[in-house]
Design a protein around this ligand. Structure first.
Ligand code: ZN
Length: 327
């Protein structure tokens, strides 16, 4: 495995490599950033690097007995705690605590990975805090979390933070290709998370909604109010998917603006194929504002059907402005 197999995350990898290389290891690390961008792989690579029999420049060799055991999930000194049901429970922390104070079986440093640390119950978090306040020797805790705001400050302050950023669309694409997954939804909808891309792709109702919305938007100029209202009603049936629809619109209009800027710079006038083709630059800006307002209305529990109808009417009007420089 090793850090070099992780795509992107240059800064995080450099922090962890140099910690190993210069033997400046903290007792606890907080890996934070969106789901599916490499936190879990980095945790394993770090555990390998800390226990590797022949590390080089902070990188684990990947082939020694220790590296292989960690990659295979059966190293006695590397353990992982994942939520049981919807939370990380105090019993899990207590069981782990017992292990943390034993000596290493065969490795150099015990590594305890806590997945989705924001799901710690209050009691579990307090119990973990007491361990972090008096950390056992030769043990490194790796807390993995999407959003630090969901973790008590007292825990955050005991950990060295390592930030993981969303990946570029190209990097997500590369990883998916390596996994042999062909993606059928716009990659931008995954916001730089490989896991989100996979989830969206596996959910047939997401794929369907994206496809329907693409067709709806491409024809919005020609739709009458009846069609607009009927589509709003259709989407409203799948209420939990409305944010996806708004994300999709958001991406279409941002991409369309970019397309128009690039086209103007090149002096070309070739026709694009995006669903936002009927929209000019100014219309896209206004469309993005309307989408932003709709997010806000829905967040504040407005009637979703009305909010969607209103948005569709605005988008239709904007599409009729034409694509000229002021359109
Ligand atoms: Zn090794």
């Amino acid at each position: 495995m090793g850090f070099d197999k992780i795509i992107g995350q240059k800064r995080a990898k450099s922090v962890l490599r140099s910690a190993v290389k210069f033997k400046r290891i903290s007792h606890a690390y907080l890996f934070y950033g969106p789901r599916g961008v490499g936190k879990s792989m980095a945790a394993l690579a770090f555990a390998q690097a800390l226990n590797c029999l022949s590390p080089h420049d902070g990188e684990p060799c990947g082939v020694c007995a220790s590296c292989l055991k960690i990659a295979g999930g059966n190293h006695p000194d590397v353990s992982r705690i994942t939520p049981e049901g919807s939370s990380l429970k105090i019993k899990q922390i207590r069981d782990m605590q017992e292990k943390a104070y034993y000596k290493c079986y065969e490795g150099k440093i015990k590594v305890i990975i806590i997945d989705e640390a924001h799901l710690l119950t209050l009691e579990a978090a307090n119990s973990l805090l007491r361990i972090l306040e008096e950390p056992p020797g030769d043990t490194v805790f790796l807390l993995l979390v999407e959003d630090t705001q969901r973790l008590p400050d007292t825990i955050i302050s005991r950990c060295r933070g390592v930030s993981f950023s969303p990946l570029a669309d190209e990097a997500v694409k590369e990883i998916l290709e390596e996994k042999g997954i062909s993606i059928q939804v716009p990659l931008s909808l995954a916001y730089g998370s490989v896991q989100k891309a996979i989830d969206l792709n596996e959910d047939s109702s997401c794929r369907e909604l994206v496809k329907e919305t693409e067709e709806f938007l491409a024809e919005i100029q020609n739709h009458g109010y009846r069609e607009l209202f009927s589509y709003a009603g259709h989407v409203e049936q799948k209420k939990e998917k409305i944010p996806l629809l708004l994300d999709y619109f958001d991406i279409v209009f941002r991409n369309r603006m970019l397309q128009l800027v690039v086209r103007e710079k090149r002096g070309g006038s070739e026709k694009g194929t995006s669903a936002g083709e009927a929209f000019g630059y100014q219309a896209c800006r206004e469309a993005l504002e309307e989408i932003g307002k709709t997010y806000y209305y829905l967040y504040n529990n407005a009637n979703s059907r009305l909010a969607l109808e209103n948005l569709f009417i605005k988008l239709k009007k904007l599409s009729q402005k034409g694509v000229g420089p002021n359109g």
